[in-house]
Design a protein around this ligand. Structure first.
Ligand SMILES: [Zn+2]
Length: 358
């Protein structure tokens, strides 16, 4: 089992699929799903949706399994290396275990499960750049009301929720002027932006709320009063109302400070994700915990401050627990995964399917 899965995993990471560029990999997956007895097609946005018939049981409720097809950068030309039971990249790229190890494990579990309920599989695009794919997923094609998102790194945690998240994009417009000859004719956009940023409450604001400015760009030449400056801010909280009112507060503060500097400002606030938390005794959490215990993993339910496709599923009424795939150092060129952990994840998933079929 492990050779077959490892070969397929290495084959998959060799197919480039940075966010937005998943088409070729999706074509591969259409074939891979057919090979393990499923029926797959792409929805209008290019997400893959597949179904697999029940095996060794009758009348069981369907289960949704989900993964994402895209990887972060640098993810072009990945060369996987298997050494001492651990798979890593050659070092100049990520490995792409996030989330192709999840996909490889799901395919292997579907191949080897002797008993399973009807299974639906959804593989989203563009997860890493704001859950864009799952937000456009054709939910009318899903009948399962519960399942597992295979997209957590460690096996010993089960993610039960994530925060509300607001992206705040700010563009400050001042007026250009020669910095030495006639600075009084200018309005310094960088200074106006700096004043606004300095007035923001940033960092950890309470036990469940954070805010950040992560990118700033502006100006063209040293000796010119800059006419434009833009910056990217965010805030998140596990309490939706707190995140929403913080986004409003940030908007107000930025507007007031920029305008007091004599510059103009455009602010775009985008609610990227809405906080959700499933109970720790929810079906998906209980089954995942029980299944992981059979492979010797004592998994704890955790709420994370990042977000996954599960936030969207749960908000749409499909109960999804996020289960580990066994990867380490995701989103870095140090990303790696032990074959033994992939095997554990598969055995746990096979067990979860068996429980779901009972
Ligand atoms: Zn992921």
């Amino acid at each position: 089992m492990s050779d077959r899965m490892v070969q397929q995993f290495m084959e998959m990471v060799r197919i480039d699929s940075e966010s937005g560029n998943e088409a070729r990999f999706m074509q591969y997956l259409l074939g891979a799903v057919a090979e393990v007895g499923g029926t797959a097609s792409l929805d209008g946005y290019g997400n893959l949706i597949a179904t697999f018939p029940a095996r060794g049981c009758e009348g069981a409720e369907p289960v949704l399994l989900s993964c994402h097809a895209d990887t972060v950068k640098p993810g072009v030309g990945i060369e996987p290396v298997l050494e001492d039971g651990v798979i890593r990249s050659k070092g100049n790229t990520i490995l792409g275990a996030d989330d192709k190890a999840g996909i490889a494990e799901v395919l292997e579990a579907l191949r080897s499960a002797e008993v399973r309920p009807p299974v639906e599989l959804a593989v989203s695009r563009q997860e890493e750049v704001g859950l864009l794919g799952v937000k456009e997923l054709d939910f009318s094609r899903l009948t399962a009301r519960r399942g597992f998102l295979m997209d957590n790194d460690t096996l010993d945690t089960i993610v039960v929720g994530g925060p509300s998240y607001f992206a705040v994009d700010v563009r400050v417009t001042g007026r250009a002027a020669h910095a030495g000859m006639e600075p009084e004719k200018g309005v310094n956009a960088i200074q106006a932006a700096a004043r606004a940023i300095a007035a923001l409450r940033l960092g950890r604001l309470d036990h469940e709320t954070t805010a950040n400015v992560g990118v700033i760009e502006g100006g063209v030449i040293r000796n010119g009063v800059p006419a434009s400056c833009s910056f990217l801010a965010e805030c998140r909280s596990s309490d939706h109302d707190k995140a929403a009112s913080l986004a409003e507060e940030m908007t107000r503060t930025i507007r007031a400070e920029v305008e007091a500097s004599g510059a103009k400002v455009e602010i775009e606030v985008d609610e990227k994700c809405r906080a959700v938390r499933i109970p720790e005794d929810a079906w998906a959490v209980r089954v995942a915990t029980q299944a992981l215990a059979t492979v010797g993993v004592d998994a704890k339910a955790v709420f994370i401050t990042g977000f996954t496709d599960a936030s969207i599923y749960n908000n749409r009424g499909i109960e999804m627990a996020v289960v580990g795939i066994g990867a380490q150092n995701e989103h870095s060129t140090e990303e790696r995964i032990a074959v033994a952990d992939m095997e554990k994840a598969v055995r746990a998933l096979v067990e979860a399917l068996r429980i779901a079929a009972a």
